[in-house]
Design a binder for this molecule. Structure first.
Ligand code: FAD
Length: 476
């Protein structure tokens, strides 16, 4: 229980810092970097909340978490009730508390942030969710009586999981089909253990299972079963496609075929899902990074995850090569700070123009072009422009390309009556997430392009509402 202070006293309390492991120690293993708030830190931080009558943080959250009510319960010491309140809008609070770019969402909208540091909403969210998990007292919401209707969800990333969580409560029978052997999408194959322990994701999935959601792994929709077969042979009344945007993009420069050049997706999947970081127990081939020079090309979360993995696999030099300046980097601020603290070397305003190899076809270096910033481009960010006569060779043994991804194409190619756009993403109505095929809804990265965990979850919730309406009325 924490005292409620007068508004002036609240603003005087500094933002409480997330405790984290020492940079030199953590850079040598895959254990979690942040250790989380305890009761005292969570209470102190909650005391900073201004309890706004119209809390902007709630509007800043894509799933509308009732932040003010959660904070109130934390101040009362009612952590389990706070967790239950979080779960009303967010089925993965322990995940979003760790990986959301809060600075652009709830915390970005926080009124405190106008004059002081914004409230650490993400850290409090994580505390509440972890408290609930560690006490083993997850209070699952009540389920409506069975409707007898079956819904298939294709893909088990945050969009699929949040849709499943909402639909099961509405009384539908829900099956999630996942191509991989583990549930969670990017949360398990992309985001590394040191940022999001797999146990946290598994625990959230287990809660969904306890609520009644059925999961089928190793089922590739479009190959094992088609969308049409889900309707015609398996009796599903609606399908939600949430297959993500996991198709790697390359740079199309000479030498990308060389041994030692990876897409970030492949590199991260080998390290995370196939556990290349634990070679004594798991036999997953990944190019040996120990004592090598590793360069990761890109400036987003994926690039930060890949470079920090390389460092933990023993790289002598781990570089980020990014063609704009640090100000334009799309990665979460915390990831950039952590990467720097751990010893990652940032080569901003550099762009690879060629990879070089030896006579065995193995990577030996990259020709890098120095860049400068010109006027803004269509994204509003300043355009990187090559500086003439400034190409040099950086010796590297491993390169990881993290310059973005495209739509996973399989479901679209086997569902010809469902419209896609020119980039291969599924066309879905903004408000209802209905596709052009009756009974089929789509959301998350496969509609929006690569975005964030919470936006994918928001899409899952929208789709669940829309599917429920369709199943209740039968009107398309
Ligand atoms: C390395 C990395 C780090 C990131 N870090 C952050 C971060 O810190 N914060 C943040 O907010 N966002 C982050 N993101 C972005 C975020 O993870 C994605 O926006 C989000 O996961 C998208 O969710 P989704 O459910 O749409 O798709 P995904 O998470 O991609 O899940 C799609 C699932 O569908 C499955 N699937 C695909 N095709 C089929 C098929 N035919 N049949 C059956 N299953 C299929 C896939 O195997 C996958 O499991 C990161 C992304 C990456 C790649």
């Amino acid at each position: 229980m924490a005292e409620r202070l007068p508004p002036k006293a609240r603003a005087k309390i500094p933002r409480q810092l997330m405790p984290e492991r020492n940079a030199a120690e953590r850079a040598g293993d895959f254990g979690e970097v942040n250790s989380g708030f305890d009761v005292a830190l969570a209470g102190k931080e909650a005391q900073r909340c201004l309890a706004c009558a119209d809390p902007k943080c709630v509007h800043g959250c894509p799933v509308g978490v009732k932040v003010r009510e959660v904070i109130d319960l934390v101040l009362d010491g009612e952590y389990l009730r706070a967790a239950a309140k979080l779960r009303e809008d967010n089925v993965l609070p322990a995940v979003t508390g760790r990986v959301c770019p809060q600075e652009n969402q709830c915390e970005g909208a926080c009124i405190l942030g106008k004059r002081f540091a914004s409230l650490a909403i993400g850290h409090i969210e994580r505390f509440v969710a972890d408290y609930e998990r560690q006490t083993g007292s997850v209070g699952l919401p009540d389920r409506a009586p069975s409707t007898g209707k079956k819904v298939a969800i294709v893909g088990s990333g945050p969009a699929g999981l949040s849709c499943a969580g909402d639909l099961i409560l509405k009384g539908h029978t829900v099956t999630v089909f996942e191509a991989l052997h583990e549930i969670g999408g990017v949360l398990v194959y992309g985001i590394p253990e040191f940022r999001l322990p797999k146990e946290v994701v598994r625990n959230e999935v287990e809660n969904l299972r306890r609520m009644g959601v059925e999961f089928q792994t190793d089922v590739v929709i479009g190959k094992t079963i088609t969308v049409d077969e889900l309707f015609e042979e398996m009796g599903y009344a609606a399908v939600f496609i949430a297959t993500g945007a996991g198709l790697p993009k390359f740079m199309n420069i000479p030498g990308e075929h060389l041994g030692g050049v990876y897409s970030a997706n492949e590199f991260l999947t080998r390290v995370n899902l196939m556990k290349a970081y634990d070679p004594q127990h798991f036999d997953s081939p990944v190019y040996d990074c120990a004592e090598r020079n590793v360069a990761v090309i890109g400036g987003g979360n994926t690039a930060m995850d890949a470079v920090r993995c390389a460092l933990r696999l023993g790289a002598r030099n781990a570089y980020i090569i990014y063609r704009r300046s640090e100000a334009e980097m799309p990665a979460r601020l915390e990831e950039v700070h952590h990467a720097k603290d751990e010893g990652v070397q940032f080569m901003t305003l550099h762009n690879p123009v060629e990879f070089l190899g030896d006579d065995k076809g193995l990577l030996t270096g990259a020709r890098l072009q120095k860049m400068e910033l010109g006027g803004p481009d269509e994204s509003g960010r300043r355009r990187p422009v090559p500086m003439s006569g400034s190409v040099f060779v950086l010796p590297i043994d491993v390169a990881v390309i993290a310059v973005g991804t495209g739509a996973n194409p399989l479901v679209q190619s086997t569902t010809p009556d469902m419209q896609t756009n020119k980039w291969g993403y599924i066309v879905a109505d903004n408000d209802t997430l209905r596709t052009t095929k009756q009974g089929v809804f789509a959301g998350g990265d496969i509609v929006s392009g690569s975005a964030t965990v919470i936006l994918a979850m928001g899409a899952g919730r929208t789709a669940a509402g829309s599917i429920h309406e369709y199943l209740s009325t039968g009107v398309w």
